[in-house]
Design a binder for this molecule. Structure first.
Ligand code: IFM
Length: 463
């Protein structure tokens, strides 16, 4: 028996099967920098950052964490934490500046060094093809609103899979298509800064279609055997038991979650959303939904908070009494257990991976230490929430912290710090926060559990 309330690394570790994978995640635009080096093309985020007022602190990705030039020491840092896996994304314009046509060998070489550098350090590579930095050249031709971009993406996916696939633990098509579509094309707060619901919905369809067609093409080619997609999914709940609030939550669920999950796993979009959209519904060709619902091997879940729905007025998180993060998001670990159980119940999804989970808090460096106790507490509670889902027989295969290091938080610039490693943006010095030390302790506990297979097996069964 384990004590479900004891979240010390040695006890938490016993609640996971030995094959469970642990990692950290980043994305290209948020950490790489080197925006104009070695033949890289412009991305929509390079262009968007130059727009006055678009980024809170007028930040951009020119230098970011300078990961491009600090690859080896950053890989050493990851390995020093004892993690199994590292999730990163490829900058499409770095490897194919125009988004079609010529490939940039110097850009590809960077990812060669990244993947081989991980393997040399005994860390498995999890690659995302699209974490938002579309080549600007494709945006000039209409970007994700145009069906041509779908076909360019499939070619990009095939090229990357043929080159790297056999060395990868997992290959993911898109990160959070909802964010690309709605923040980028409906509200215009993210690149490319468009404001049109009709374009947003066409974009969301093209993202999903490009995912499905890319999966089919990569599957036919061989390469990586673990293909999937990553969605941002919150736990959805009504503010009260009133029928109106329940209806509001169902409505929110249909738009934010079922649009993606129903199409991916059931080959259909929610009827009520299509009806509500009317003339703004996307153009869907015969066979598109069949392609979108091509079988996948993993569903990546990025979980940060819950979404509460009220019919009468928007729910104000400040009234809930729950602690808020620097992003203004409620801390609600139980929602992660609920979400995972719901996904398993509703979709019988393939392996579920927590591909992002973490928190923005700003804690100072003091004597080479960062005492980010609120982040340590957040991680403990959420790891325990994953354990609770496993104990309810939900097939969760891995957990990755967002993020390895403080980085460019999109429209918030560098003002929000999600890292377990602190980055000083003047010197670019990395300092391990207490949360990184906690992750390292957890990994030590996991490693010693793995050396006791009988014990681990029974813990994995929830004994
Ligand atoms: O930083 C982002 C990441 O790029 C995508 N998921 C959410 C994170 C925190 O906002």
């Amino acid at each position: 028996m384990t004590n479900a309330q004891d979240f010390s690394p040695s006890v938490l570790a016993t609640r996971f099967p030995s094959g469970f994978q642990w990692g950290v995640a980043t994305s290209s635009f948020q950490i790489e920098g080197a925006a104009n080096e070695d033949g890289k093309g412009e991305s929509i985020w390079d262009r968007f950052c130059a727009r006055p007022g678009a980024i809170a602190d007028s930040g951009n990705g020119d230098i970011a964490c300078d990961h491009y030039h600090r690859l080896d020491s950053d890989l050493d840092l990851i390995a020093s934490l004892g993690l199994d896996i590292y999730r990163f994304s490829i900058s499409w314009p770095r490897v194919q500046p125009q988004g079609h046509g010529a490939w940039n060998e110097r850009g590809l070489d960077f990812y060669e060094r990244l993947v081989d550098g991980l393997l040399k350090r005994d860390v498995q590579a999890c690659l995302t093809l699209n974490h938002w930095d579309l080549p600007q050249a494709l945006q000039e031709k209409g970007g994700w609103n145009k069906r041509d971009t779908v076909h360019h993406f499939v070619e990009y996916a095939q090229t990357i899979n043929r080159r790297f696939g056999s060395r990868l633990k997992m290959l993911t098509t898109h990160n959070e298509p909802w964010v690309i579509a709605h923040l980028g094309h409906e509200w215009g707060t993210f690149a490319p800064g468009i404001r049109s619901r009709q374009i947003c919905m066409q974009v969301t369809h093209h993202l999903l279609l490009s995912h499905g067609l890319a999966v089919q093409a990569m599957r036919a080619d061989g390469g990586c055997k673990n293909l999937g997609i990553v969605l941002n999914l919150g736990h959805v709940e009504p503010a009260s038991d009133s029928p109106e609030d329940i209806k509001a939550a169902d409505h929110g669920c249909a738009w934010g979650r079922r649009w993606y999950l129903d199409s991916l796993f059931k080959g259909q979009y929610p009827k009520e959303v299509i009806e509500e959209l009317g003339a703004e519904a996307p153009t869907i060709l015969d066979g598109d939904l069949k392609a979108i619902s091509s079988p996948i091997d993993h569903l990546g879940v990025n979980y940060y908070t819950r979404s509460v729905f009220r019919a009468s007025s928007p729910f104000d998180v400040k009234t809930s009494g729950l602690p808020l993060t620097d992003m203004g998001w409620e801390i609600y670990p139980r929602g992660l257990t609920e979400l995972l159980c719901w996904l398993d119940r509703e979709y019988k999804a393939p392996a579920l991976w927590i591909t992002e989970n973490g928190v923005a808090f700003d804690d100072p460096v003091q004597d080479e230490r960062v005492h980010d106790s609120r982040r340590v507490a957040y991680l403990k509670d959420h790891v325990a929430a994953v354990a609770a889902a496993l104990e309810r027989n939900v097939p969760v295969a891995g957990y990755m912290v967002w993020s390895l290091m403080d980085n460019f938080e999109w429209a918030s610039g560098y003002s929000k710090r999600f890292g377990i490693v602190h980055v000083d943006y003047t010197t670019l010095k990395r300092t391990l926060k207490d949360s990184a030390l906690w992750v390292r302790d957890l990994m030590q506990a996991v490693t010693s559990m793995r050396q006791k297979p009988m014990l681990v097996r029974s813990a994995g069964q929830g004994d």
